[in-house]
Design a protein around this ligand. Structure first.
Ligand code: MTE
Ligand code: MO
Length: 332
């Protein structure tokens, strides 16, 4: 059974740690949501996901990539999904331009097939995975995650993929592997801004091994039940829902296991503005703006209120222990 969290709207599997009061409040919230007009399917399954699936038909633009119901804690939400239109037309993908509208306009040139992802570095079983094999490596799940950009906007997107941990376990990292680096495609012929000086290409990102192994970290192949649109990082990207959007590297071609913290594109571009961790944190401001609130894309009418940003983007219950004892002001 899944229980909606009062604070975050996320549904959590019932467990012995949940207090009776928590369960009671969860039920009350669920009933309130249902009374508010959320489709009745949610009552039958308590999963919420079915209700959203019914309320959000497949966009019908790209090939279907159906996911199954996700049982991962924190991966199901009662929040209203961002529209497909917004999620696929307001993007950051600097290889295709720096304006939010550029990726949707320019990314049609990206050639997503054939595509291989190379696994290298400190692993027992390095190798090259064709995209089709990578897709089949584990059963896909649909997971509804918030993506929160460092610039203060957020979206709620139903991603299709599986935990990156499943791939990591298969390639057997060595004990010396402490970090995972993601290298993305940098092809001047198809990506008009590769070669420009905005960033150092290829765009790279990285995670600490325990972050990469966390079940919420997703290797994503699709969204809204279809393959990823090019502008969202086709054919395969990372989604790290508790970190600022730039950690979620798009169109990855290499996964490298390292002993040292890998350099990352935005940290190289502005060290004091973008740290390695970049966990969503309303208490640590960006040097040039506050991170305390955010604008949910699609809610930007004249009277739309900004939302309070939640620590770890609302996933504190799931990921807080990864940072126990760490000074988050220092490791921003
Ligand atoms: N390769 C690559 N990946 C990238 C980026 C980029 O410029 N290049 N932008 C990042 C940023 S800043 C954000 S907010 C998210 C946006 O993902 P979306 O367009 O799917 O919402 O992608 C991230 N991944
Ligand atoms: Mo971003």
């Amino acid at each position: 059974m899944l229980i909606p969290s009062r604070e975050t709207g996320f549904l959590h599997p019932r467990s012995s740690e949940i207090t009776p009061r928590g369960i009671y409040e969860g039920r009350r919230d669920m009933l309130r949501l249902l009374a508010g007009g959320v489709a009745g399917a949610a009552l039958a399954t308590w999963a919420g996901r079915d209700a959203w699936a019914a309320a959000t038909p497949r966009p019908g633009k790209l090939a279907a990539l159906p996911g199954g119901a996700s049982a991962v804690s924190g991966a199901v939400t009662m929040e209203k999904l961002t529209s497909y239109q917004d999620a696929s037309s307001y993007n950051n993908f600097y290889e295709f331009g720096t304006d939010k509208a550029d990726p949707a306009r320019n990314a049609h040139t990206l050639k997503t097939s054939p595509w291989t992802v190379e696994v290298e570095g400190l692993v027992k079983k390095p190798g090259k995975f064709g995209i089709e094999d990578l897709l089949k490596l584990s059963s896909q799940e649909e997971r509804i995650y918030r993506l929160r950009c460092v610039e203060g906007w957020s979206m709620v997107i139903p991603w299709v993929g599986y935990s990156l941990a499943e791939l990591i376990k298969r390639v057997e990292p060595l004990g010396s592997a402490k970090y995972v680096e993601f290298v993305t495609l940098a092809d001047k012929a198809t990506m008009p801004y590769v070669g420009s000086r905005v960033l150092d290409w290829p765009y790279t990102e990285g995670l600490r091994m325990d972050e990469a192994l966390h079940p919420l970290t997703l290797l994503a192949f699709g969204m809204y039940g279809e393959v990823l649109p090019n502008q969202n990082g086709a054919p395969v990207r990372i989604v790290v829902p508790w970190k600022y959007g730039f950690k979620s590297a798009k169109s990855i071609v290499k996964i490298r296991f390292t002993e040292k913290e890998p350099p990352t594109a935005w940290n190289k571009a502005a060290r004091n503005e973008y740290g390695f961790y970049s966990n969503v944190n309303p208490n640590v401001d960006h040097p040039r703006w506050s991170q305390a609130t955010e604008r949910r894309i699609g809610e930007d009418g004249l009277f739309a209120k900004k939302r309070k940003t939640l620590l770890f983007n609302g996933y504190e219950a799931q990921v807080g222990q990864l940072y126990a004892g760490m000074d988050l002001q220092k490791y921003y």
